[in-house]
Design a binder for this molecule. Sequence first.
Ligand code: CDP
Length: 208
Amino acid sequence: MINRAFTVAIDGPAAAGKGTVSRAIAAHFGFAHLDTGLLYRATGLRTLDGTEAVEAARALRASDLDDDDALRTPDVAQAASRVAALPDVRAALVDFQRAFARRGGGAVLDGRDIGTVICPDADVKLYVTASDEVRAERRHRELCGKGHEVTREQVLADLRSRDERDSARAAAPLKPAPDAIQLDTSEMSIEDAVAAAIAEVAQRIDSA
Ligand code: CDP
């Protein structure tokens, strides 16, 4: 446990394992966790019934993040990536994320721009990656486990198109912060990736 604010920023491309690593860090150190992708997914989901994107982002409530199954479909992932390119949508979500990051007791936020834009002064920054093939394999398994009928090729195409859009956009593009620790999990088991991430955070806590 930690008494003051302590922020861990975790960024990386789609399905790189950010969620698993973030949840494990949060559980290990007793920190709060915010999956910021859910903010964009919930905004994207609202636009699928015709709501305008900025209006959807401004109207978000914490309860909109609760229906995990509805938010983690491939269609919603694409809608999220489209609304996430709009600067006014991103601006509408900044204050909530920064307030979460500054709470006492430690916070882990994962997304695309946490270490670069939302929390440039984060205590620890990790940039989690894996090869396209490995990410597609992991996400395919996850979606099939939830009953979605998708092929591995469709999953790979979704990841690649989102990564391209997320990296090419002008507003808060996906890229590692210069001071981020890179963690390539392509050849690592999830246990090893989690252990490596926890070791980095523990080291920063000790030296703080
Ligand atoms: O779980 P996965 O890595 O596939 O995606 P996610 O983290 O749930 O994010 C869904 C989409 O939201 C991404 O493709 C990005 O376009 C957007 N996003 C963003 O722009 N900034 C963030 N901090 C988090 C997500």
